[in-house]
Design a protein. Structure first.
Length: 190
């Protein structure tokens, strides 16, 4: 079984080119997350990555921040922050215990950020007309992991209602569907 750090490294390898491929002119376009445009989703992803770096080392978190960090060299900062996330989850003890106030096993917490990084990379790719192919090892972990978390995630309004996966759906399309996304989503007008 791969470690969370190894899985995050695979997810980051796929997410970083998507973020680098976003043009500033695309920051206001809608995403498959109806409550977020590209800028808001990037801000959310930066917030998640920073907080899950802290959770890896059993630090404190603040998910309430609403700063706009999509300024300056935000693409380079995304590279740096994802590298720090991978490094934090590689530290001895990162996958042990129950970090934060959630009372959830550390590996499950790691799967949560793995899901965010992978699914939101797809959201951003779809919104900005880019290709996205997730790491197969990541998908293999996410499919059962997110399916198990889905009922509680829906109660917490983190996932939408499950989308009916099309016949013959791929494992990643099933991951998207369990989070409430339409795997066939396209921006309006395309």
């Amino acid at each position: 079984m791969k470690t969370i750090s190894e899985l995050l490294e695979g997810a980051a390898t796929q997410a970083v080119p998507v973020v680098r491929g976003i043009d500033d002119a695309q920051l206001a376009v809608g995403t498959p997350c109806s409550e977020y445009d590209v800028r808001a989703l990037l801000n959310h992803l930066f917030l998640v990555i920073g907080n899950f770096q802290a959770l890896a080392v059993k630090g404190s978190t603040d998910f309430s921040r609403t700063d706009d960090v999509v300024t300056g060299d935000w693409r380079g900062r995304f590279d740096d922050e994802t590298a720090l996330l991978v490094k934090a989850w590689a530290e001895p003890g990162a996958e042990e215990g129950a970090p934060g106030s959630m009372g959830i096993p550390a590996r499950t917490v790691g799967l949560m950020v793995l899901g965010d990084l992978t699914v939101h990379a797809w959201d951003l790719a779809r919104a900005t007309g880019q290709d996205f192919e997730p790491d197969p090892a990541v998908v293999a972990e996410l499919e059962p992991g997110l399916a198990a978390m889905a009922p509680q995630a829906r109660e917490m309004k983190v996932f939408g209602e499950p989308f009916p996966a099309p016949p013959g759906a791929t494992a990643f399309e099933r991951v998207l569907a369990v989070t409430g996304r339409d795997p066939g989503w396209r921006p309006s007008g395309r």
